[in-house]
Design a protein around this ligand. Structure first.
Ligand SMILES: [Zn+2]
Length: 135
């Protein structure tokens, strides 16, 4: 087991999301934790089975690669909590705010289905790029 506390974040690769997602995740779960940041463009869409760039036939393999990375975080680092982010203005998942919320709810079901984490939370960056929790 790796040293220290680890938590996991599934985030877009978008540079605008990185620092805020890191701060939000630590604040929500564990300020002293190391955050394993797993990024893909439009990750909320991918995990919901839809994407603006990746074709539908490729999505299952992309999801499996995200799952494999999450498994390393969970089993190798002992992470039990995961945060999933989507954001407005995403080049990989070109939907409006409500679309991201819907995709995040579906993404949460996908990640819960992996059985790797005790707690799965979702949040979206709104049009002002503020992070909003999604229920
Ligand atoms: Zn994005």
């Amino acid at each position: 087991m790796a040293h220290g506390i680890f938590i996991t974040a599934l985030n877009c690769m978008d540079g605008r999301c990185q620092e805020k997602a890191l701060a939000y995740t630590k604040n929500l779960f564990e300020n002293e934790a190391n955050v394993d940041m797993i990024t893909e463009p439009g990750i909320d869409g991918l995990l919901a089975g839809t994407h603006s760039v990746v074709g539908p036939e490729e999505i299952p393999a992309r999801i499996e690669w995200i799952r494999a990375k999450a498994e390393i975080s969970a089993k190798g680092h002992g992470s039990t909590q995961v945060m999933i982010f989507g954001h407005c203005g995403c080049a990989g998942n070109k939907v409006e705010l409500d679309g991201h919320k819907e995709h995040l709810r579906l993404a949460k079901k996908t990640v819960e289905g992996w059985g790797l984490f005790k707690e799965v939370q979702i949040a979206v960056f709104n049009e002002a790029f503020e992070v909003e929790p999604v229920s």
